[in-house]
Ligand binder design. Structure first.
Ligand code: C5P
Length: 233
C-alpha cells in the first residue's frame, strides 16, 4: 500500500496536472482541497480518477444532516476515496453521512482544527479547555461510534488516538517532514518513519516533495523511509 497522499495545493487544474505528470507513477493518491476544488470543480477529481489516481477530497463538510448526506452521495458518485467532514457537526450529521456513503469512499472526521488555540476553543465551546487532546479523543470516539471511518490528526497524537479508537479506524496525518527538511509554517511535525511507527495509515506530505528540486527522488526517499519503519513492526 502506498500511504503517501500528495496535496495539490495549487491554484489551477493546469498547475495540478503539471505536478501529477511530474510525479508520474510514483504517486497515486492526491488531496484536492478548497482552493483547487473551487477553481477546478469536480472535473479535476474526474480527471484524476480517469488517470487511475486515488483522491482525498478535503472539503471539511459541516452542515445539517440532510445537506451533508447529499454531498457525501455526490462525492461517492465522483469516485472519491477519502472525504473530510467536521466531527463537531454532531452525531446525527455523522450518522447521515455514513448512511449516504456508497462504493469505496471512506469518511474522515476533523476533530479540532490544529490552528485553534485553547483560548479560541474556550470562546467557541463556552467552557475552559484544559486539554485539547482530551477533546480530540472524545470527538474521534464520537465519530467512530457514528460510523465514520477515520480521523485527520497530528502524527504526534496518532499513537494516543490509536489507543482510544482501536485498530479499525483510519488515521491520516499531515505535518510530516523528513529529517533535515524545512518545517515551513508547520509547528508540530514528525518524520514519515515516526508517523508510521505512531500508527498513521496515510501521510499527507506536500512541500517536502512538491517543492523539492527533484520531487520524484524526494518521494522515493520518503517511501523508502516508510518501508523501513513498516519492516520494524
Ligand atoms: O506542504 P505540507 O506538507 O505542509 O502540506 C500539508 C497539507 O495538509 C496541506 O494541504 C494542509 O492544508 C493540510 N493540513 C495540515 N494540517 C492540518 C490539516 C490539513 O497541514 N491540521
Amino acid at each position: 500500500m502506498n500511504r503517501v497522499i500528495i496535496p495539490l495545493d495549487v491554484p489551477s487544474a493546469e498547475d495540478a496536472f503539471t505536478l501529477v505528470d511530474r510525479l508520474g507513477d510514483e504517486a497515486d493518491f492526491y488531496k484536492v482541497g478548497f482552493e483547487l476544488y473551487t477553481r477546478g470543480g469536480p472535473d479535476v477529481v474526474r480527471e484524476l480518477v480517469a488517470r487511475g489516481k486515488r483522491v482525498f477530497l478535503d472539503i471539511k463538510l459541516h452542515d445539517i444532516p440532510n445537506t451533508v448526506a447529499g454531498a457525501v452521495a455526490a462525492a461517492s458518485d465522483l469516485g472519491v476515496d477519502l472525504l473530510t467532514l467536521h466531527a463537531s457537526g454532531g452525531p446525527r450529521m455523522l450518522e447521515s453521512a455514513a448512511a449516504a456513503r456508497s462504493g469505496d469512499i471512506r469518511l474522515l472526521a476533523v476533530t479540532v482544527l490544529t490552528s485553534l488555540t485553547p483560548d479560541e476553543m474556550s470562546a467557541v465551546w463556552g467552557r475552559d479547555i484544559r486539554s485539547v487532546r482530551d477533546d480530540v479523543g472524545r470527538l474521534a470516539l464520537m465519530a467512530k461510534d457514528a460510523g465514520i471511518d477515520g480521523v485527520v490528526a497530528s502524527a504526534l497524537e496518532a499513537s494516543w488516538i490509536r489507543q482510544q479508537v482501536g485498530p479499525d479506524f483510519l488515521i491520516v496525518t499531515p505535518g510530516i517532514r523528513p529529517a533535515g527538511s524545512d518545517a515551513g509554517d508547520q509547528n508540530r511535525i514528525a518524520t514519515p518513519g515516526d508517523a508510521v511507527r505512531n500508527g498513521a495509515d496515510y501521510l499527507v506530505i506536500g512541500r517536502p516533495i512538491t517543492q523539492a528540486d527533484d520531487p520524484v527522488a524526494a518521494l522515493s526517499s520518503v517511501l523508502h523511509e516508510i518501508d523501513e519503519a513498516e519492516s520494524e513492526a
